[in-house]
Design a protein around this ligand. Structure first.
Ligand SMILES: [Fe+2]
Length: 376
């Protein structure tokens, strides 16, 4: 060493600093390094098997150097040598969230979206992973897609939803049938108009992805209404930042009381992601409980709530169409708001079968499909 050169690795009190391939120098804490030695993870299960809680001493590098594309650390007081790929260290040097391939940018859409809806066909979806990927990307980016050529069977919906996750029951069971019931327990089971809503906010974690398989639809009326809640919330943010703040910070109560059940949960009407961007909305007048907020807060909350509710109905946002028999619409239930115009029950048959899976599992399957794994 000639004295002007900086050592590629410098030991420090709590860890070490290392020269990264991109020219940066990164500091890494010794506990973090010891805990995340590639040998800490089981090759088969890929789970962490190393137990930092039972590590006898404070980890301290006795010696460290770079060999080929790895940082090699000899630990003091134990016969253990760790080798860290420099690419792994580079990924964690800045202390920011690990890149997530499922974090695709959301693309807001408006009333004229129908011709551009992503469409896949049931048979190819089951055979072709590229088609599954296209469907998953549509759900992540636009929050909605239509699957065509669905067989007219109960199993078709279960099998299709099963491609994107495990069927996730709600308090009314593993699936539901939307048609006119003789003794309805829900407005959906009548022929009346169904106000724009997201499903089941009375559950602590409302269902993530919703599937509606249209089995019969020969009635007059009953147009399907769908809109992108994030597009509306983004406009509200521009138009009325204070209303936006109230709706994204205040939790309001939702409920469902029926047949021996008393479901209650609190939700924010506008949901933000870790970047502060709008990631979804929750709205349901039929499941909104009596707001038990301070009455003085109501002075500002109600005008904001009503303004947003009116915006949701604006022609700019609402996509109207008729779901045909053999089509299954799937959508992000935390983002896409849906409803139905009234129909004349005596003019024909209308039957939709619905179920849910979760968003987290969709993201998990998507990441696995695009194969972006960990560093061990
Ligand atoms: Fe619904």
């Amino acid at each position: 060493m000639d004295g002007t050169q900086i050592d590629p690795v410098t030991l420090e009190e709590g860890g070490l600093t290392v020269a990264l391939p991109d020219g940066r120098r990164g500091y890494f804490n010794a506990w973090w390094l010891r805990d995340n030695c590639p040998s800490s993870f089981d090759a088969e299960t890929r789970e962490r098997t190393f137990d930092i809680f039972h590590h006898a001493t404070t980890p301290r590098p006795a010696e460290a150097h770079i060999h080929e594309d790895a940082l090699v650390v000899h630990w003091a007081g134990e016969h253990h040598v760790s080798r860290y790929p420099l690419a792994m260290l580079a990924a964690y040097a800045a202390g920011v969230r690990r890149h997530d391939p499922a974090d695709l940018p959301r693309r807001p859409w408006f009333a004229d979206h129908y011709p551009d809806l992503t469409r896949v066909a049931h048979p190819t979806l089951h055979e072709d992973p590229a088609e599954r990927r296209r469907l998953m990307e549509a759900l992540l980016v636009e929050g909605v897609a239509i699957i065509g050529d669905m067989p007219d069977t109960d199993a078709a919906l279960t099998r299709t939803a099963g491609l994107l996750g495990t069927i996730r029951p709600s308090f009314f069971g593993a699936y539901f049938d939307v048609r006119t019931h003789v003794k309805p327990t829900n407005l959906a089971y009548t022929s009346k108009a169904l106000e724009l809503h997201t499903d089941v906010p009375a559950e602590e974690l409302a269902p993530g992805i919703q599937y509606l398989h249209c089995r019969r639809n020969s009635v007059e009326g009953g147009l399907n209404l769908f809109l992108d809640g994030t597009a509306v919330a983004n406009d509200l943010r521009e138009d009325d930042p204070e209303a936006f703040r109230l709706l994204s910070e205040t939790e309001i109560p939702f409920y469902k009381e029926h047949d021996g059940i008393d479901m209650r949960a609190r939700q924010r009407v506008i949901e933000l992601d870790h970047n502060g961007a709008v990631s979804g909305v929750t709205i349901s007048q039929h499941m909104a409980d009596i707001f038990d907020l301070p009455q003085r807060l109501m002075d500002s909350y109600y005008p904001a709530f009503v303004k947003f509710g009116r915006m949701l109905q604006d022609e700019k946002y609402v996509m109207r169409f008729t779901l045909r028999a053999g089509e299954c619409i799937c959508f992000d239930n935390h983002r896409i708001v849906h409803g139905r115009a009234a129909y004349a029950a005596t003019t024909g048959e209308r039957h939709l079968r619905g179920t849910y899976t979760d968003r987290g599992e969709l993201r998990g399957l998507y990441r696995a499909l695009v194969s972006e794994g960990r560093f061990h």
